[in-house]
Every structure is written in structure tokens, then in C-alpha cells.
Design a protein around this ligand. Structure first.
Ligand code: SF4
Ligand code: SF4
Length: 273
């Protein structure tokens, strides 16, 4: 067990980081994925095929940009696997148009990168999009992906790589014996992941996509009005700052974090519950 001084110091550093971290918006533009990892925090293995309509992206971005087109330091286009979206180039252009100074990244598992066409690469160059890959233990040549990006004049980075065989921190959720929202929020790893879904902004994907668990496993994770902000109701950047920094009622469900190795999902409840 770590000594109390180290624990207090770590807690202080975590809180400091949370309060100083600039705002980031996450657009999960595709619900499903072509990899299906066990315990995926966006619940992709149990997600029906769904692509975020371009109109929804534009409506949200234009409204938020009209408040302050520098409110987000970064915007992530992710999923699911964002490169499955047939309108990915339009979404990239719109994101750059409405947020000219933001760092924009496509977070990908890399599986589709070798098959992307010239129009995609041209868009990434024009819109200054970064390809940000997570390195999964699958049969994929990530060095080749890096080369493809560089050959097309597009910046590449590794977003996440497993350490010591541990890949994910699973966020287990519990609607039967929920916990204390403040304590759960204190140890949460998803703070700062403001997620757009169905015209609302949630503090994280776990909350935004919880209905997938309800639908698949007959559970009863409920949202309250304080769990999200409808995009038209956002009038000031500070509303999103508050959503990022304070526990929401849904946080009571996030009862456990568990390091886990990578495996293909079997779509079983114990991967998330
Ligand atoms: S690649 Fe990413 S989005 Fe896809 S299932 Fe795995 S963790 Fe989820
Ligand atoms: S609901 Fe709260 S505790 Fe749970 S993942 Fe989201 S921010 Fe973290």
C-alpha cells in the first residue's frame, strides 16, 4: 500500500490537472467499431450500426462556435471507429471551419488507414487533422500506418499503447448497488471527455452511451436533467467547465475501475457491469 503522503500528493496533482486542463470536445461520430474490444468504454461491441448525421455535427458545432470559437483546445473525432463514417471528410471540414484554432484529432484503431483515398488525405492536410492511433495487440503494421500518414503529409501520433500487458481501465457501472457520486468522480479516469450525443453534451461516453447497456442487458441506468446539457441551452463556456469539473448524478453508478488485458469482446454483461 502506498504511504499516505504519496496518496495525498497524487490526489492533489490529479485535482490540479483536472482544474487546469483545457476543454476538449469528443464527437463519437460512429457508434459501432470494426475491432470490438472487451470492455470498450464506449460500449461499441453492443452498439447497433449508427453514424452521427452530418446535420447533428453541424448544428452542435455552429452553436458552440457562435458562443466562442476558441472554447475547445482540442476536438477528438472518434467512435467506435470514426474512419467507418462515409462523410468523415465533410465532418473534418466542418470541425475546422467552426473551430479554426483547435487541435483536431481522429482517434482510430488504424484498421482502415491503408484504404483511405486521396480526398481523405487532402482534407486532413487542408484541415490540419492529426491521425492518432491506439496500438492494439492485433495483426496490424502500425509502422506502415505511420509511413502512410507521413507520405500523405499528415501528422501521426500514438494515442495509447498498453503497458505491462494491461490495456484498458474498465469503468464498471452498477445500477443495483450504486455508490457515492463524489467518491466515484474523485477516482474517475474519464474526466474531461465531454461527449456529444443526440444534441446533448454529457461529461463522458459512459454516461452518454449508457442506454446501449440498458437495451442490450435489460438494465435500468437512468439519467437526470443534471447529467447533461442540451446544446441549445449552452450560452456560456463556463457551463461546460462546470459539467467537466463536478460530479453528475450518473457518477453514482461508476463504482469500480479495473485494469484488464486486451481481448475480443464476447458481448457479456460482466465486461461492463
Ligand atoms: S477499437 Fe476502440 S472504439 Fe473500437 S471497440 Fe476497441 S476500444 Fe472500442
Ligand atoms: S459518469 Fe462521472 S464517474 Fe462515471 S465515467 Fe462519467 S464522469 Fe466519470
Amino acid at each position: 500500500m502506498r504511504n499516505p503522503v504519496t496518496r495525498v500528493t497524487n490526489l492533489f496533482n490529479t485535482l490540479k490537472l483536472r482544474y487546469t486542463m483545457p476543454l476538449r470536445l469528443e464527437l463519437s461520430i460512429v457508434d459501432h467499431c470494426n475491432l470490438n474490444c472487451k470492455g470498450c468504454t464506449h460500449f461499441c461491441p453492443i452498439a447497433p450500426e449508427h453514424f452521427m448525421p452530418v446535420s447533428e455535427v453541424e448544428e452542435a458545432l455552429s452553436h458552440l462556435s457562435s458562443i466562442d470559437n476558441e472554447m475547445f483546445e482540442s476536438i477528438y473525432l472518434l467512435g467506435g471507429e470514426p474512419l467507418l463514417h462515409a462523410n468523415i471528410t465533410t465532418i473534418c471540414h466542418l470541425t475546422r471551419q467552426y473551430f479554426p484554432k483547435a487541435t483536431i484529432k481522429i482517434l482510430t484503431n488504424g484498421l482502415k488507414v491503408a484504404n483511405l483515398d486521396d480526398r481523405f488525405w487532402e482534407t486532413c492536410r487542408q484541415s490540419r487533422i492529426i491521425i492518432s492511433a491506439t496500438i492494439y495487440p492485433v495483426n496490424l503494421d502500425y509502422a506502415k500506418i505511420e509511413t502512410i500518414c507521413h507520405d500523405n503529409g499528415v501528422k501521426y501520433e500514438v494515442f495509447h499503447q498498453p503497458k505491462n500487458g494491461r490495456f484498458f481501465t474498465k469503468h464498471k457501472i452498477d445500477d443495483i448497488n450504486p455508490g457515492n457520486k463524489h467518491l466515484n468522480f474523485l477516482r474517475c479516469h474519464q474526466i474531461g471527455c465531454l461527449t456529444l450525443r443526440d444534441g446533448k453534451i454529457y461529461p463522458c461516453a459512459t454516461s452518454a452511451y449508457a442506454n446501449l447497456i440498458n437495451d442490450q442487458f435489460g438494465r435500468n441506468f437512468e439519467h437526470q436533467p443534471a447529467d447533461y446539457i442540451a446544446v441549445p441551452d449552452i450560452k456560456k463556456t463556463s457551463q461546460l467547465q462546470r459539467l467537466k469539473l463536478r460530479p453528475t448524478p450518473f457518477c453514482r453508478y461508476c463504482t469500480a475501475l479495473e485494469a484488464t488485458e486486451w481481448e475480443q469482446s464476447r458481448r457479456q454483461p460482466d465486461e461492463w457491469l
